[in-house]
Design a protein around this ligand. Structure first.
Ligand SMILES: [Zn+2]
Ligand SMILES: [Zn+2]
Length: 365
């Protein structure tokens, strides 16, 4: 075990106890084993999912057909980046990590035993332990220190990026996986709906595929302005115009070839099914806070659509995200709009939830 001097015994941490019951507490700094890593957190982003968990969404706390997934009390946060302050000998060899290195762990902690983990599709792990959601197994990054547990998938990250930008590796890695799923071709009209941090990343990644026309949809002018700057050929404010009609007009009435949905709103699904052409590809990424009803005959009988789901980062997400940020191929400096200390997490969550002035809000311990 290698460790820096002066690691304290106690640290500040946001602790999630239940819906709308998140507290700033002083808790023990995690103790690590020889196959684990302890990092000092530099930054941890607030995901739309974190806000939905805070609000009590069924996907996190159970309800309807969904079993509870959060196991509280737990430190939230899966968009973290940290500096290695202690590393066990096994972990040092396995990941090539030394004290002082910057490192990120993938958000999923694979169980290593289920059929998905064994086949290499570890991001679909049946257990779905994700940092920030299960106490002890997967405490997250909204704290001063964090343990990357033994089954973590860890990547070394260069220190050239500002910390808040490096905390965008997780959302960008999810974006990489979704855009890979979308299978964009040169002649395609691609719609990316929802210009939050992840939508803005997907927009840039879709642009790298050089589609014929790239359209961004959102309801917030600030987000659409940035979308245009980051490569959208056309931006549509769905609060002002009928987005489906607009897209049809731009495509000789056929509709878009690919529709990538990130908004988490039922209206984004309904709108997508309206504006997508026959034989189109619909990729769904959002986390919804409620159920969505649609006419499934559109999917089958009318349009014979390909509907694809996209979950976290896939296998390629993190390595590509780290590489693209290092090479400046994807820009996140204007996506991160606000940083707050841990002490102000309530204010930060409120700002992230409103999402008017902010795009990505990051906590910096
Ligand atoms: Zn997230
Ligand atoms: Zn598994």
């Amino acid at each position: 075990m290698k460790t820096i001097e002066n690691i304290p015994n106690k640290m500040k941490s946001v602790v999630c106890h239940g819906p709308k019951d998140y507290r700033l507490e002083t808790i023990p700094v995690p103790i690590i084993n020889e196959d684990e890593v302890l990092v000092k957190i530099e930054a941890c982003g607030i995901c739309a999912g974190d806000v939905k968990s805070y609000q009590g969404a069924a996907m996190f706390w159970g309800g309807g057909v969904l079993p509870p997934w959060n196991d509280a009390p737990v430190t939230p946060g899966h968009e973290f980046i940290g500096i290695v302050v202690a590393v066990g000998d096994i972990a040092r060899k396995k990941y090539g990590l030394e004290l002082g290195d910057r490192a990120v762990a993938e958000q999923i902690v694979p169980c290593g035993e289920c059929r998905f983990c064994r086949s290499g599709d570890y991001w679909m792990c049946e257990k779905q332990n994700i940092y920030g959601h299960q106490k002890n197994i997967a405490d997250g990054g909204m704290a001063e220190y964090m343990r990357y547990g033994s089954r973590s998938v860890i990547h070394k990250v260069s220190k050239t990026l500002p910390a808040a930008e490096a905390s965008m590796i997780e959302p960008l890695s999810c974006s990489v996986h979704t855009v890979a799923r979308a299978n964009i071709r040169f002649e395609d009209t691609v719609v990316v709906a929802g210009m939050g941090p992840i939508g803005l990343c997907k927009l840039q990644l879709a642009k790298l595929k050089n589609p014929k026309l790239l359209i961004a949809i959102d309801m917030k002018p600030k987000h659409l302005e940035l979308a245009r700057k980051l490569g959208a050929d056309v931006v549509i404010n769905a609060a002002e115009t009928d987005a489906a009609e607009e897209v049809k007009k731009l495509t000789d009435d056929y509709g878009c070839d690919v529709y990538i949905h990130n908004s988490g709103h039922p209206s984004g699904v309904i709108q997508g099914l309206k504006m997508i052409r026959k034989h189109g590809t619909f990729v769904e990424f959002s986390v919804f806070s409620g159920e969505t009803s649609v006419d499934w005959s559109i999917i089958g009988d009318r349009k014979e659509l390909t509907i694809l789901g996209s979950h976290i980062s896939g296998r390629e997400g993190y390595p590509v995200a780290i590489d693209f940020l290092n090479r400046g191929i994807v820009k996140v400096d204007e996506i991160v709009t606000h940083t707050y200390p841990l002490e102000s997490f309530e204010e930060a969550f409120a700002l992230a939830q409103k999402g008017e002035e902010s795009i990505k809000v990051v906590l910096v311990p």
